[in-house]
Ligand binder design. Structure first.
Ligand SMILES: Cc1cc2nc3c(=O)[nH]c(=O)nc-3n(C[C@H](O)[C@H](O)[C@H](O)COP(=O)(O)O)c2cc1C
Length: 202
């Protein structure tokens, strides 16, 4: 098979396909903010997040070192998109205003999602999300070379999953779980299974 030739390009964004997460954090007044993110990755029992230093999530994570990493499936993309043009930060930073962002205090109301009390942290879980991970913040690093994003390291405290996607006692059934993927600013589901790695237990 002949492989395609390559060209050098300069994409403005590097969102080459990662699961969307809905990060819930605790506001000063005990209400809860929801921030859509796609920069996250699991590292053992820790999850690393890439969080803009200009948003409300960052302010909340610094003040109250707790969050819930709620992971929507592909059926929830429109709920995610309802949140996309809002920030919980008031006033809205000028350059975000210019991009069309508006302030929203009640992200649950605007997204049509439902809060559920968490067990180990104060921010609520999002009931509709099939995976809801309660976590605490262990470290926040702002890279000198690009202070626009903070690298937030969290430690998982409790992992909740809808019973419909659990297999056995402690596994997620990948045939039942379909994360929502952010693919160069478009929402995608995942396709059918291609195979599995040699370490898979399911
Ligand atoms: C699907 C999606 C993925 C996003 N990924 C990120 C991300 O990884 N990190 C980030 O800081 N902002 C990301 N954003 C932008 C934030 O959601 C946006 O800045 C929002 O206003 C943050 O809300 P907050 O200020 O209330 O925390 C993403 C937005 C969408 C819709």
């Amino acid at each position: 098979m002949q492989l395609p030739a390559t060209s050098v390009i300069k994409p403005k964004i590097l969102y080459y396909g990662a699961p969307v997460i809905l990060l819930t954090t605790y506001n000063e007044d005990a209400s809860v903010n929801i921030s859509p993110l796609s920069s996250s990755w699991g590292l053992g029992q820790n999850i690393v997040l890439g969080v803009s230093t200009e948003g409300k999530a960052y302010i909340n994570l610094k003040r109250q070192l707790e969050c819930v990493i709620n992971i929507p499936d592909q059926t929830l993309w429109e709920n995610v998109e309802k949140l996309a043009s809002y920030t919980g930060k008031n006033p809205v930073p000028k350059h975000k205003q210019e991009m069309g962002f508006r302030y929203c205090k009640d992200k649950y109301a605007v997204s049509g999602l439902t809060p559920e009390r968490s067990v180990t942290v104060k921010p609520t879980r999002i009931k509709e999300c099939p995976i809801q991970i309660e976590a605490i913040v262990k470290d926040i690093t702002i890279p000198e070379y690009d202070p626009v994003f903070a690298i937030v390291e969290t430690e998982v405290k409790q992992f909740h999953a809808h019973e419909t996607i659990i297999k056995g006692e402690n596994h997620i059934d990948p045939t039942k779980w379909s994360p929502l993927i952010y693919n160069f600013r478009h929402y995608y589901g995942v396709g059918h299974e291609l195979g599995k790695t040699f370490r898979s237990e399911t």
